[in-house]
Unconditional design. Sequence first.
Length: 128
Amino acid sequence: MTRRLMVVAVLLVCASALGAEEALWQIDLLPSGKAISKSEPTLKGANYLYHHYPTGALISVKKATVKKISRMTPEAIATVDPKKQVQQIRDLPMQGPKQSLGGRSSNMGRARAAVSAANAGTAARTGQ
């Protein structure tokens, strides 16, 4: 019986830890802009160190460029959640040199021909 109670207690503690809200910090920068941190930024010498949200990369920012550091409210956190802000990217047109279709010359072929003609003209003028 005590073993069951211990298991239930451990499960409740784990469930409450999983349901805990993530605390985010907003760093307002000078002259404008902001950064979001996973943990409270710490001052090390003349720089603030923080873990970037959502990547977790360790970033340093000069103290002189920081206007204000504040803990974000749950409502503000919901607006910066990248999972909720996913937008579908529409099909993009192809870029770059066009492919040769059915014997027609491509843009790349025309460019090569122009360079060859220019080099031939230069060689004729210089006597090479």
